[in-house]
Structures are given as structure tokens and as C-alpha cells.
Design a protein around this ligand. Structure first.
Ligand code: ARG
Length: 391
């Protein structure tokens, strides 16, 4: 029988309930918790730490924010990461959280790895594809014991766990720097309109405030400066979340096809992601060739699907990432974005590497002779004309 289990711990209801369950139902002697900081709110981390101190037999907090930005968010920007319109926040954080949990387990010589995912979602797949690369036992109490949320709330109370989830606020929320995912309660009815209170990062887009402009500078496809000020990725994303959130930018209410095939109603907030992805895509249109743009769209799709599925260890993920990185070598420049009433849209862009010359396309241009394109016109559509004449 195993003795020590290392649990990927968020501080929320599910993973908190897992701690006593792993002792009572699975007979583990020690439950060690690992909380990986991928930019969730400070209060969540502090509350998680307090709960873990009370409940677990050893607790680790790992600051992985810089790594999350460098190895997961920046690649997602370069690949215009989007799955069915979802910017992939939860999805791209899971592999990193799993890796950090495994590292602690290996350090401690633990016997098993645990997570608090249910058997209905994608997160179990993302955790376990990393966990199962080890020889350790994998335990998923939420999936195993098929617990209802009501049961969990009562069980938590009986075990002295103060839960933020109530029957009135029944949402399951997952937050990191890139996005905030909200599920559960009435939201499970796809016809029910999301109440304003589910949102924490965005003000209502219906609020009337003056529009605002923000300029983003990119270097090799990743953002390096905001309004002319060079700042690190973590801070840049945080600031942009606040700035764009004021304008109600970055809300998504969608029906999503989970990996298992289940359709789910999902709500997300992601102000910075919306602005950065729109700006990045706009700059690509100025810098990449037509052929690159067409082909890269299919690569972006394939990359996004693997990222969504948590298959970041698939060799194809590395292949596609190499293509994406190569395509971003000239992706330098700035995009001016306007934020207004829930929308973020480009209003200007510039790049030293643009495939654009004002002098060539201008109405007043003398650089190219207009007459040269006459020959081109003679061949354009030639086959169709040939056939039509023959008929
Ligand atoms: N549907 C999203 C995904 O698969 C979010 C899952 C977690 N959501 C949550 N509210 N706990 O990435």
C-alpha cells in the first residue's frame, strides 16, 4: 500500500476535500500539497496556503509565473492560440502545474500523484498525460468517488474546511494570468444568461466610458512594451488585464467541444489575451507573406488543438512550435489598439519588417509602372475564358 501522495492543490473546494479523502478513503499516511502560482489572485494563494497548512502533511508553493509566460503564454501568442474561440487559459497552465507537482513528488520519493479533476472535463487528461510519464500511481478522488458538489460542501464543513463555494455562488472558477474560466450552477443551462456577478476581471461592456488607446510593441512575435514602456511579460499581462477589463474587453460565452466529446457551456474572461492576440494577428498581416499567412493558419489550428488537449509532449507539438518560432523571426513592430465598449481593435500598425511600401501602393506612386500589370491581366482567368468561348 502506498503511503505518500503528492496532490496538485489549488486551494479550492475540490482539492481541499481531496486531502482528508485521500487519508480516509485511500489510506495514504501523508498527503503533501503543491500549489503552483500561475498568476491566480494573491488572496486565492494565501487562502490556499492557510488551508493547506491546516489540512496537509506538507505544503509547497511554487512561483511559476515567469515560466508560465515564457513557455506557455508567449508560445500561445505566437501561434494565435485559440480553440473554437477559447484563448486557452486553463488548458495551457495544466501541463506546467502537473510538471511542478511531479518534480516535488520525485524529490520526496513519493508513491503517488493526485489531482482534483472530475471525470467529465479536459483537465484530467492534461494532468495525467504528464503524471503517467512517471511510474507513480495516479489517484483522482473526484472522478473515482463520483461526488456531487452538495456532498462536497457538507463534507468540507464537517472537516473544518471553510469553503468559498455556497449554494448561492456555486461556480467552479479557474484563474491564471491568461484567463479566468467560470462554470457550474445556472451556467450549465446554455439558455440562461450569465449574471453580471460571475465576472471579476471585466466591467460591463455596456458601461459608457471614453475609449482608450494602447500601443503594444512586439519583438519576434512576443509583446515587450506597453505604451512605449518596456516591461516584463507578467507585469505587461497584468496591466493589460486591468486596462482592457475596464472597457469590458475579453468576455466569452460559448459552447465548447471537450476532448471527450461532451459539449459544455463555458464562460471566460481574458482582457489581455483578447488585446494581445488581436494585435499580434494584425501585425502578422503586415509582416508575413500571403503564403505564410495561409499556411500558418492551419499550423495555428493544429497547435491550438494539441495545446487544448494538453498534448504538449507529442512530437508534433515541438514540430509545429519550431515552425511557429521560425515564422516569428521578423515579427517586430507596434500595433495601436483601441479599447471601447467591450471591443479591442487595431487602429494603426508599424514595422521595420513590413512587406509594405507606401510608395508602391500609393495612388501617386511612380515606383511601379501601372502598365506592367496589363500582361498579368491577359493571363488572369485565362482557363475559364477559354472554356466559355469553346462552349
Ligand atoms: N473548458 C476549459 C478548458 O477545458 C476550462 C476548464 C476549467 N474550468 C473551470 N471553471 N474549472 O480548458
Amino acid at each position: 500500500m502506498s503511503e505518500v501522495i503528492v496532490l496538485a492543490y489549488s486551494g479550492g473546494l475540490d482539492t481541499s476535500v481531496c486531502i482528508p479523502l485521500l487519508r480516509e478513503r485511500y489510506g495514504f499516511e501523508k498527503v503533501i500539497t503543491v500549489l503552483t502560482d500561475v498568476g491566480q489572485p494573491k488572496e486565492d494563494i494565501e487562502r490556499g496556503n492557510e488551508r493547506a497548512e491546516k489540512l496537509s502533511d506538507g505544503h509547497y508553493v511554487i512561483d511559476a509565473k515567469e515560466e508560465f509566460v515564457r513557455d506557455y503564454i508567449f508560445p500561445a501568442i505566437k501561434a494565435n492560440g485559440s480553440y473554437e474561440g477559447y484563448v486557452l487559459g486553463t488548458a495551457i497552465a495544466r501541463p506546467l502545474i502537473a510538471i511542478k507537482t511531479v518534480e516535488i513528488a520525485e524529490e520526496l520519493g513519493a508513491d503517488a500523484l493526485g489531482h482534483g479533476c472530475t471525470g467529465r472535463g479536459n483537465d484530467q487528461l492534461r494532468f495525467e498525460t504528464i503524471f503517467r510519464a512517471t511510474d507513480l500511481r495516479v489517484v483522482a478522488p473526484m472522478r473515482d468517488l463520483d461526488l456531487s458538489r452538495e456532498w462536497e460542501i457538507d463534507y468540507a464543513r464537517d472537516h473544518g474546511i471553510d469553503v468559498p463555494v455556497t449554494r448561492e455562488r456555486p461556480w467552479s472558477i479557474d484563474e491564471n494570468l491568461w484567463s479566468r474560466s467560470i462554470e457550474g450552477g445556472d451556467l450549465e443551462d446554455p439558455y440562461s444568461e450569465p449574471p453580471e456577478e460571475i465576472y471579476a476581471w471585466t466591467k460591463s461592456p455596456e458601461r459608457r466610458i471614453p475609449p482608450e488607446k494602447v500601443e503594444i510593441e512586439f519583438s519576434k512575435g512576443v509583446p515587450i512594451a506597453l505604451n512605449g514602456e518596456r516591461i516584463g511579460g507578467v507585469e505587461l499581462i497584468r496591466r493589460l488585464n486591468r486596462l482592457a477589463g475596464e472597457h469590458g474587453v475579453g468576455r466569452t460565452d460559448m459552447i465548447e467541444d471537450r476532448v471527450l466529446g461532451l459539449k459544455a457551456r463555458e464562460n471566460y474572461e481574458h482582457p489581455a489575451a483578447t488585446v494581445l492576440l488581436a494585435a499580434h494577428q494584425d501585425l502578422e498581416r503586415l509582416v508575413l507573406s500571403r503564403a505564410q499567412l495561409r499556411f500558418k493558419a492551419t499550423v495555428d489550428d493544429a497547435w491550438s488543438e494539441l495545446a487544448y488537449m494538453g498534448l504538449v509532449n507529442d512530437p508534433l507539438y515541438a514540430d509545429l512550435s519550431a515552425f511557429v518560432d521560425k515564422s516569428q523571426e521578423r515579427m517586430n513592430g507596434s500595433v495601436k489598439m483601441k479599447l471601447s465598449c467591450g471591443r479591442a481593435y487595431p487602429v494603426g500598425r508599424t514595422s521595420p519588417d513590413a512587406i509594405y511600401d507606401q510608395d508602391m501602393v500609393s495612388f501617386d506612386s511612380q515606383t511601379l509602372s501601372q502598365r506592367d500589370s496589363e500582361g498579368f491581366c491577359k493571363y488572369h482567368g485565362f482557363q475559364a475564358r477559354f472554356l466559355n468561348k469553346k462552349r
